[in-house]
Design a protein around this ligand. Structure first.
Ligand code: ZN
Length: 160
């Protein structure tokens, strides 16, 4: 019996964490390119074929109404997210690609964001793809926070 926590739906996916034998696993089931895909961070679940993915699908089918949807925030809603929970939801639902586009509109390239984070632009592009494919990628949170900090800083610098 698996007890899921931090369980939610966001856009085209269903996400949860579960305590496993070797730590906490992140389990995802999502629609991508007209197909249902799944992945789990346990040692056999990379392509979804593990008991965690199966149990999450079963939980959703049996108790769909107990799983809360995460509101899909727009990038401009940053100031409406005030509680820690809302900030977390904002970061999850705002795509990295969207944040980087906003930075590019302010003449900050992916290349310079990558340089300031100490990673390669290829790494950032790979993470964008991963998020587009998977919906929620927790490792993106620090990069998204950096982008938000840059955007906020730029907005303050603008003459009024
Ligand atoms: Zn698994």
């Amino acid at each position: 019996m698996h007890t899921f926590f931090d369980i939610f739906t966001l856009r085209n996916g269903l996400y949860a964490k579960v305590q496993g034998n070797h730590g906490v696993y992140r389990v995802s089931i999502f629609e991508y390119n007209d197909q249902i895909d799944a992945t789990c961070s346990c040692y056999i679940g990379k392509n979804g074929y593990c008991h965690h993915c199966e149990a999450l699908a079963r939980t959703f089918l049996l108790h769909p109404t107990t799983i809360p949807p995460v509101p899909a925030y727009h990038i401009a809603d940053v100031r409406t997210a005030t509680t820690p929970e809302q900030i977390n939801q904002y970061i999850r639902s705002t795509a990295l690609a969207e944040l980087l586009q906003e930075l590019e509109r302010n003449r900050i390239s992916i290349k310079s964001v990558a340089a300031s984070l100490g990673v390669s632009p290829q790494r950032i592009r790979a993470l964008i793809k991963k998020e587009q494919h998977q919906g929620v990628v927790d490792e993106l949170t620090p990069i998204k926070l950096s982008c938000l900090w840059l955007l906020d800083h730029l907005n303050r610098e603008k003459p009024r």
